[in-house]
Design a protein around this ligand. Sequence first.
Ligand SMILES: Cc1ncc(COP(=O)(O)O)c(C=O)c1O
Length: 396
Amino acid sequence: MNYESKLTTHNIPTVSRPDGISEKTKYTFSITYTDQHSMDYEKFAETTRDIISREGNILAPYPDPQGDLNLRNLISERLSSLRGINVDADSIVITSGAGGAISNLINIFIEPNDTVLVEEFSYSGTLGMLLTKRANIIHIDSDKDGILPDSLEENLATLKSKNIIPKFMYLISVFQNPTGITIPLERRKAIIKIAQKYNVPIIENESYADFRIDGDPLPPAMYGMDDTDSVMYVSAYTKFLGCGLRIGYMVVPDVIKEQLGKNRMNTTMPSQLATMSVFNFLDKYGYEHGLELEESIMRKRDAMLSALKENFPDTCEWNQPKGGLMIWLKLPEGANSWDILRNAVDRGVKYNPGGVYRADREKNNYLRLTYSYNTPNEIHEGIKILADVFDKEKLI
Ligand SMILES: Cc1ncc(COP(=O)(O)O)c(C=O)c1O
């Protein structure tokens, strides 16, 4: 059978990826995997077993189209106590990870040539989905506090003069991926005001809100700061409990929920089994896991920061994250981390070049290093190798 002539791929633009990015390496600083060293799998097994023996028959029918009500109630309580979001379970939709929520939203919003605004650097998965849909992606200039309101407004005014109103802006407002930035309160207010003025909704992605290590308390989510239904909220338990679980969620206005309902067949719902496991673990052990996680990622973050200090020269700059799972590294102007990834992978180290966080694949004198997967010792070894790879190529 010749399937090639039948597939739609020739219509889909190829999203370019650096050589070596898909290979397995010992030192994986390229993906925000769940921290396997802090997860208590015995407890997880016990709570999963417990709920299946009590309520296993729930697995016979298809799940509720919005996802398990128990988990939605628990999310509703947490959002209210931790993130300043007061919504009931009815506004929450369980999804296959945050990525599933973003994909569901992109499917109901985006047609070819639609315009979307994103941060100066933005999560590669979302960019990939948008590029595949042929969206027109505009990166908004940012500073250490996130997108610049003046630049946002200037872009929106220019677009308006051409009769273009973006479908949405997509912001990762807490421990941003890849830069680690958390948008402070005043900047949040300014962004929301502009969004309301120009009738451009915000998709707020808080995938990293559970990963505060030792900084100031987080500002409230933008969702709770807006009273005009201008914000849609996305988050997940994937990074917290297990990427393999694929459990995320979104909070959306009724009109969006109805539209999603028309587009989402119940056969594409996330697994009810995974949903029940997540619910029972969190219900029984509360935020205990968060404390173990915090200690573990603190050790890993500190290992990476000290390894960078020992091995990288002053010509490079990096942030000192107070949370999240990654460090954003700037190499000297002109260095190209995209082209050199293959050399690092050949020596067992993988990172993400800055260009994967840009629709234009530029700005490759940056790179992202994640510290959630390897042990502190491995982090030291891997960073030493990476510095040597860059040094040999005279990038640093
Ligand atoms: C900002 C952001 N959104 C979404 C995702 C996808 O996450 P999930 O595994 O929950 O689908 C990631 C994964 O790295 C991410 O960093």
